[in-house]
Design a protein around this ligand. Structure first.
Ligand code: GLN
Length: 304
């Protein structure tokens, strides 16, 4: 398979979609990112890497961080985590408050904001210094020390993250947040502010295409069964109220973020990361979604 050729064909094809989406600006600092950028990195399980476009540019991973904090909590606490968060797709926006009220403070899944806050709360309870532990985990998974928080973006979200504050206090009122709300939000805003390149993100996703084994050191991070569950949650819940659409169009487990990144994988075969900052109305990258749809169509390979 000529992956370089396929990726370069995709890159020229999706360029016609520039201008159809809008860069997220509800976090003011994210609104400053130049919109017309596109990066693609494919990381095969045999170690071969194909990069294209702006794949060495750092971007804010935002909600993609939820997959990594979930993995960390799952590896530490096992099945107990599912007592406080569900595994059903929400069908609502990532920052919606609605379901939380009638489902009595148990978020639908760990990849919407409410669920991610519960997972972050678990990390705050279990680590002396959760921010350092999260960063170390990301560095280990991506195989580089060059992963940092962006303090300016974290501060920008802290200033305007009213919905996340609302979700945090709402969870607390139901008894599903053990720690101080402000402390949990501080860690959450930091995990969202992490910056990675497509190359680094594709590497960090390798653990999921290797059935839970981190391939750079050979260390097992998640059991086979846990990895199956994680990939299943990404497949069904990774794109909020567009999870069905992503599965329909692309057919891979994955996760998006409002920084314009999408990370995805094919178990046993490859991981990949695509980035382009212009988002559709559901908060997913316009060019990124199309690029991945083309990728699984042109390669003829997806989980289906
Ligand atoms: N930090 C963002 C928020 O909580 C992440 C949202 C996202 O990427 N979908 O609003």
């Amino acid at each position: 398979m000529d992956y370089s050729q396929i990726i370069s064909e995709i890159t020229s094809n999706v360029a016609s979609l520039y201008g159809q989406g809008k860069v997220a600006d509800y976090i003011p600092e994210l609104g400053k990112v130049a919109p017309r950028q596109f990066g693609f990195c494919l990381h095969l399980n045999n170690g071969e890497v194909f990069v294209h476009g702006d794949s060495e540019v750092k971007f804010s991973i935002q909600s993609i961080s939820k997959v990594f904090t979930l993995s960390l909590a799952f590896s530490l606490l096992g099945e107990d985590i599912w007592k406080r968060v569900g595994v059903e797709p929400s069908g609502t926006a990532f920052n919606s408050l609605m379901q939380l009220e009638y489902e009595k403070g148990i978020p639908r899944n760990p990849l919407i904001n409410a669920g991610a806050l519960v997972i972050t709360d678990m990390l705050v309870s279990n680590f002396q210094d959760p921010k350092t532990e999260i960063l170390q985990f990301l560095r280990q998974l991506s195989g580089t020390q060059n992963i940092q928080y962006n303090e300016t973006i974290a501060a920008s979200e802290r200033k305007t993250g009213y919905r996340n504050f609302a979700l945090g206090y709402f969870l607390k009122s139901f008894g599903n947040l053990q720690n101080d709300v402000e402390q949990v939000l501080d860690v959450y805003f930091h995990q969202c502010s992490v910056e990675m390149t497509c190359r680094e993100l594709a590497s960090a996703m390798q653990v999921f295409s290797h059935h839970g084994m981190e391939p750079f050191t050979g260390q097992r991070i998640l059991s086979m069964s846990q990895t199956k569950r994680l990939n299943a949650v990404m497949q069904t819940c990774g794109f909020y109220d567009e999870a069905g659409e992503f599965t329909f169009a692309v057919g891979l487990p994955g996760k998006s973020g409002v920084g314009g990144g999408i990370a995805a994988l094919l178990p046993g075969q490859y991981s990949l990361a695509v980035w382009s900052p212009e988002l559709n109305k559901k908060g997913n990258s316009v060019l990124g979604m199309k690029a991945l749809e083309l990728f699984t169509t042109l390669t003829g390979r997806s989980v289906f």
